[in-house]
Design a protein around this ligand. Structure first.
Ligand code: NAG
Ligand code: NAG
Length: 512
């Protein structure tokens, strides 16, 4: 009898252990399958043109990337832990409480210190990296330099290339993933591959991805119009930094090869020093310079095959945003979008690109993006942006316990102005009465993103169940439905006297 009980106990115990270890194994496995890793591997297996060894390499790349990511995460954890320990040591346990409140205050100050406008960038916030008689490359300051609130897009840099009629932009490669959008003009772009160069023609609305490290050159093939390209760099080696590397070149642009020692160059190029000096001594025109009509002709892509849309899995070559049906179109505005779902290149980068054309006197609905962070640049027109944020409330200290306070941050929009709208932040853009407002946007972290509006045909107040919104507003459902009943979708007539009001407000502020 006693024996039996013992046996039973042992059996029970061992089955418990088995169950427990099975659970453990499962949870360990659960942490292993990172969705990003899964997607990455899935994409490798989807590539039909891949041979078996290509696929293997692709899968290995995914694993490598994943390991790096994990390492980085561990490092961050470690750093946070160290910092915490350090703080504890410094403050000792006695006045622990005081230091805690102090550091909390510090944190709040940090967010409040934002002077002026953390979300809007003007001309003065661009640095000229290239400036020749025939063109410029202007790079927007690091987002985090402007505001700590923009840490989420630390890895991204925005730049604008402008090249005169019939000019040549010297071949170079970047240590960053690059996405370009053709704002104005007509260009030919040559992407240099391992054994040949592919040329593509670019026109207004064309989007093109240039993988990191790919050498490319650009020709403005238009005789009358400047070329204007917006560029989004996704940095790799140093977060928020990217550099250009000119291979072919001379003195200006300086070829990277010149920096090697002559011994090395003599050996690598099988040449005499004098010859090499001559070879690398000639180019002095700078990285953007004018070329002749014949030179333009010989560099332009003459025959453009029928453009296939949507572009297949490989995603090489440009695609035009205006070839997509607008996702919204009415008398008050039009919105074109190319998202991760439309284009495998953008999917890999988790990016969406949109173009809003807001009719003069109209506005966009107050709306927010569920996941994406918007980086917008005005390409034409005058207007205004308002973003609502909880991060800058002056009354942070006095706020009631149950909810945050918000503040409106607004900025004048004119061509070249860049603005950022963080995820979840409601915003509005308004066109002046004189001209349409046209905005190009790169939306970062776009996979699965949605646009949710507070007004218009589809809005989240309308969509909320009656009782819940009655409770939320403390107001009768019919009245709420009447208030949120505007029929137009996404774009509608703007405020009547907005500009005068703003001016009055400004005047009042000046008086005070
Ligand atoms: C924006 O809309 C205006 C008026 O409909 C039109 O003339 C203009 O070409 C549009 N802009 C773009 C880039 O499509
Ligand atoms: C928009 O511009 C047109 C002329 O370009 C003008 O007739 C119209 O009144 C303007 N719309 C608004 C709302 O001001």
């Amino acid at each position: 009898m006693a024996m039996d009980t013992k046996l039973l106990l042992i059996l029970l115990l061992s089955s418990l252990i088995a169950l427990f270890s099975a659970c453990l194994a499962q949870s360990a496995q659960g942490t292993e399958i990172d969705p990003e890793l899964k997607t990455c591997k899935h994409q490798c297996r989807q590539q039909q043109q891949y041979s078996e060894s290509d696929e293997r390499k692709c899968l290995e790349r995914c694993d490598r990337y994943h390991r790096m990511k994990e390492e980085r995460e561990r490092e961050i954890e470690e750093e946070v832990r160290r910092r915490k320990e350090h703080e504890m040591e410094e403050t000792g346990s006695d006045d622990h409480h005081r230091s805690r409140t102090e550091s909390k205050e510090e944190e709040e100050c940090e967010e409040e210190e934002e002077e002026g406008n953390p979300f809007v960038f003007g001309d003065e916030q661009f640095e000229r990296r290239v400036e020749t008689e025939d063109g410029t490359v202007r790079v927007l300051q690091k987002f985090t330099e402007k505001s700590k609130l923009l840490r989420g897009i630390e890895n991204f840099r925005f730049a604008v290339l402008e090249a005169q009629q019939h000019s040549f932009v010297s071949p170079c490669h970047f240590d960053s993933e690059l996405v370009i959008f053709t704002v104005k003009g007509r260009a030919t772009i040559g992407l240099v591959g391992e054994d040949k160069t592919e040329r593509f023609n670019l026109e207004q609305g064309d989007i093109m991805r240039i993988p990191s490290g790919t050498p490319f050159y650009i020709v403005n093939r238009d005789e009358n119009e400047k070329l204007l390209l917006a560029q989004l760099h996704i940095t790799i080696s140093i977060p928020g930094h990217f550099e250009a590397f000119y291979g072919p070149g001379g003195r200006d642009p300086e070829s990277v090869l010149r920096a090697f020692s002559w011994d090395v160059l003599e050996a690598a190029l099988k040449g005499q020093k004098e010859n090499l000096e001559r070879l690398f001594g000639r180019q002095k025109k700078g990285s953007i310079f004018r070329i002749s009509r014949d030179q333009v002709r010989s560099l332009s892509k003459r025959w453009e095959g029928p453009r296939i849309w949507p572009f297949g899995g490989q995603g090489r070559g440009p695609f035009n945003i205006f070839h997509n049906k607008p996702s919204v179109s009415n008398d008050y505005g039009r919105l074109y979008e190319v998202g991760p779902e439309d284009q495998s290149d953008l999917d890999n980068l988790n990016l969406m690109i949109s173009f809003a054309n807001i009719t003069n006197g109209s506005m966009s609905a107050p709306l927010y993006y569920t996941k994406a962070i918007k980086i917008g640049m005005v390409t034409e027109g005058i207007g205004e942006v308002e973003v609502v944020t909880p991060h800058m409330s002056e009354e942070q200290q006095k706020r009631k316990k149950s909810s945050p306070r918000y503040r409106r941050v607004s900025g004048r929009l004119r061509p070249g102005v860049v603005f950022v709208v963080p995820a979840g932040h409601p915003f509005v853009t308004m066109a002046s009465r004189e001209s349409n407002l046209q905005i190009l946007c790169f939306e970062v972290n776009a996979r699965g993103n949605k646009r949710l509006a507070f007004a218009g045909k589809r809005n989240i107040v309308k969509a909320m169940d009656g009782k819940a919104k009655e409770l939320a507003f403390m107001w009768a459902e019919e009245k709420l439905n009447a208030a949120f009943s505007r029929e137009e979708d996404t774009f509608f007539p703007g405020p009547q006297n907005h500009e005068e009001e703003e001016e009055e407000e400004e005047a009042r502020r000046a008086e005070a």
